[in-house]
Each structure stands twice: as structure tokens, then as C-alpha cells.
Design a protein around this ligand. Structure first.
Ligand SMILES: *Cc1c(COP(=O)(O)O)cnc(C)c1O
Length: 400
């Protein structure tokens, strides 16, 4: 495999090969250009970098540990398994890395109001948190069905002073929440910055969010070299929009010996059609500002998706992932709800760590794969979040 020109991805128009770009109404062109310009300046401004690193360290708790999962490794009897502990971050998942970066940009642009979309509520909580920290007004759009399913996170956001707007259109989940956030942004461009939560949407979001999340992979690389004096054989991460996976993978893309696996939500199975595995049943299309793989019917209607984990339950996937799949640099697979729930309990019982149901999809893939690998191989799993938010739901499925 030839090396990938990672510094040239995406091109100036935000394209990753045939994917990505900027497909928005004209009224959103200006704020996206403004954001792109500010981000380009900030990216090479040492003061911005210093601030970003300061808040990641002192507010969020970085660097997160790279932990050797000794009992899980022994139980599976194959490759050695390390966990990148994003679950230990403030607010409980990797989402805060991106929120810190974007709120600092919003302040540089003089914005006084923050909006965000959220599915499970994790990104909403992270956004409400950074908005509170800087005293900015915050409005979070959330599908009405998701508000019901994730009522604890709704309360957390309100506790942090954010306004939560339940969106009643369509399926009343994440897709509709993003539509509402975009509508708000068009109306309030002057005062408002939209903190999008993953490597999705119109340029520059996929680029910018990946760069804010690459701290995960930069740290993991340093940590494994320190602990083992070698690179890992495998990196494994779950893929919703794809930000925790891109964050881990990106700094390793040119290390040809490192294999990478992205795990989508297989839901109740691919054949049943109740899943969110875009690379299994999806096709090329445009949704919410970008061109990528999405689950749609023959008429271009976005299909209903299903996953036990709300954070992976979205019809489209980030454009950089679609490109890395074409390049065969990353392999994409899926774990079903059942497999994820088994991995959820296994990690809790073997390691004393309750993972987010999203992250449990990555653990499930490793449980499938590790036993067949030689014992001198090393796997790093991105443990993208903690499972406190999921215990009530998981309890419905697990026999104690
Ligand atoms: C939101 C979320 C995900 C999925 O989002 P990505 O952008 O694919 O990372 C995964 N894990 C956790 C814990 C989340 O909160």
C-alpha cells in the first residue's frame, strides 16, 4: 500500500476524493467561509494551540491513559489489548475534545450564542458544558423521541444552563435535530456559532473536527511507543459519524504496518434492515451538507436506522471514512446489538470498566478477532466513552 498524503486531505474545497464538499443553501455559504478562514488562522496560531492544550489538560483531564486490559487479554488468549481511556474525560466521552476547540474558535469570532444538535445527548452535554464554562448562551436541538429516551442527559444540559429544544418533525431523532440547528444558524448567523459534533457536514467541519480529535491518536502513538517500544498491529474504534475513529486513526495513517478497523452498528442484523451500517447497505448520496455513504431507498429517501446505541444510530457516515474505505486503508465491519451488549458486560466484569454502548461495538469486534491472533500482536481499542448513561437500557437486555 502506498502512503496517503494525509496533509492534503481534504482538498481546498473539502473533498476527500469523491466525498465531502459543501452542499448547503447559499445563506450558509458565508458563515462556513467565515469559519473556515478563522480556523485556518487559528490552526497555525501558537496562542490558540496553547489555549486548546490548556483546557484539554486542566479542564478535561488529558492525557487519557492507555491501559493494558490484562484480564480481557488473558480471557481471549490471543493478541494483547490496550484501551485508550477516553471514557475518563470530563463529561464521559471524547466529544468534549472537539467542543473545546470549537468554543475557542467561536470566541475568536466574537460569537455570543452557541447552538448544537444531539442524538443521545452526549454532544449536547459536552456543548452545554463548554458554553457554561465561557458564559455563552447555549441552545441544543434534540429529537423529541431522543429527549424521552435520554432524559438524564436532557436534565444535565438544563442543569448546565442550556435550553433544550425538542424537535417534533419526522422521525424526531438526530437527523431532524440537525435540520433544526441548520435552520437556526441561517437565521442567527451574526451572533451564533454551530458546534457540530462529529466529522460530518459541510466543509470545514469534517476537517476541523478530525483535527481537534487527533489528540487521541497522537497520545496513543506516544504512549504505546513508550510502553512497548513499538507501534500497534491494530487500531479498533466504533463509527457513528466517525470522529472518535478518525481521531485515533489519523496520526497512524502513514504507518503501513498498522491495520485499522472501524465498527458500525449492525443493530438487529443487516438482513433484517434494522441497522446503521452505512457501508453494508448504503450508497452514495448527499445529506446535511456533505457527500458520503448513506442509507437511502431507491427514491433517495433516507432510511430508518436502528442501533441499541443512540450515538451510532445515524443514516450517514463522515466523508473521510468513505474515502479511507475506497483506499482500502481502513476496514469497516459491524457488530450487532447482541454482540455489543455481550462486550458491554464482558468489559464490566473482566476489567471493572463499564463502556458506552457505542464503544462496546469496538470491544465486540476485538473479542471476535483477538483469539485468532498471535500473542505478540498489539491491539488498541478506542474506549470512546463511559457507560453510565447506558446502564438502565442495558439492564433491560442482560440477565443478572
Ligand atoms: C457520539 C459518540 C460516538 C459516535 O460518534 P463518533 O463521531 O463516531 O465518534 C461514539 N462513542 C461515544 C461514547 C459517543 O458519545
Amino acid at each position: 500500500m502506498s502512503s496517503i498524503a494525509t496533509d492534503k486531505m481534504p482538498d481546498a474545497g473539502g473533498h476527500f476524493g469523491p466525498y465531502g464538499g459543501r452542499y448547503v443553501p447559499e445563506t450558509l455559504m458565508h458563515p462556513l467561509q467565515e469559519l473556515e478562514a478563522e480556523y485556518s488562522r487559528a490552526q497555525y496560531d501558537p496562542e490558540f494551540q496553547r489555549e486548546f492544550e490548556y483546557y484539554l489538560k486542566d479542564f478535561c483531564g488529558r492525557p487519557t491513559p492507555l491501559y493494558f486490559a490484562e484480564r480481557l487479554t488473558r480471557e481471549l488468549g490471543g493478541a494483547q489489548i490496550y484501551l485508550k481511556r477516553e471514557d475518563l474525560l470530563h463529561t464521559g466521552a471524547h466529544k468534549i475534545n472537539n467542543c473545546i476547540g470549537q468554543i475557542l474558535l467561536a470566541r475568536r469570532m466574537g460569537k455570543t450564542r452557541i447552538i448544537a444538535e444531539t442524538g443521545a445527548g452526549q454532544h449536547g452535554v459536552a456543548t452545554a458544558t463548554v458554553a457554561a464554562m465561557f458564559g455563552l448562551k447555549c441552545v441544543v436541538y434534540m429529537g423529541a423521541v431522543d429527549c424521552e429516551r435520554q432524559s438524564l442527559n436532557v436534565l444535565r444540559m438544563k442543569m448546565l444552563g442550556a435550553e433544550v429544544v425538542p424537535v417534533k418533525a419526522g422521525q424526531q431523532t438526530l437527523k431532524e435535530a440537525i435540520n433544526e440547528a441548520m435552520r437556526d444558524w441561517v437565521t442567527n448567523i451574526r451572533s451564533t456559532h454551530y458546534i457540530l459534533g462529529t466529522v460530518y457536514g459541510a466543509h470545514p467541519y469534517p476537517l476541523m473536527v478530525r483535527n481537534f480529535q487527533r489528540v487521541i491518536g497522537d497520545e496513543a502513538r506516544r504512549q504505546i511507543l513508550e510502553k512497548r517500544q513499538r507501534l500497534p498491529n491494530y487500531l479498533v474504534a466504533c463509527v457513528g459519524g466517525g470522529s472518535n475513529a478518525m481521531g485515533l486513526f489519523y496520526p497512524f495513517l502513514n504507518d503501513e504496518s498498522v491495520k485499522m478497523i472501524g465498527v458500525e452498528a449492525g443493530g438487529e442484523g443487516i438482513a433484517a434492515g434494522k441497522h446503521a451500517a452505512r457501508f453494508q447497505g448504503g450508497s452514495l448520496g448527499v445529506l446535511q451538507g456533505t457527500r458520503s455513504y448513506l442509507l437511502q431507498d431507491e427514491f433517495g429517501q433516507v432510511q430508518l436506522t436502528h442501533s441499541v446505541s443512540a450515538g451510532l444510530d445515524y443514516a450517514a457516515v463522515g466523508p473521510e471514512h468513505a474515502w479511507l474505505r475506497d483506499l482500502k486503508r481502513v476496514e469497516y465491519t459491524y457488530a450487532t446489538d447482541d454482540q455489543a451488549l455481550k462486550a458491554f458486560t464482558a468489559l464490566a466484569r473482566l476489567e471493572g470498566i463499564i463502556p458506552a454502548l457505542e464503544s462496546a461495538h469496538a470491544v465486540a469486534e476485538v473479542m471476535r478477532r483477538a483469539p485468532g491472533l498471535p500473542r505478540d500482536q498489539v491491539i488498541i481499542i478506542n474506549l470512546s466513552g463511559r457507560g453510565d448513561k447506558d446502564v438502565a437500557q442495558a439492564a433491560n437486555f442482560i440477565k443478572f
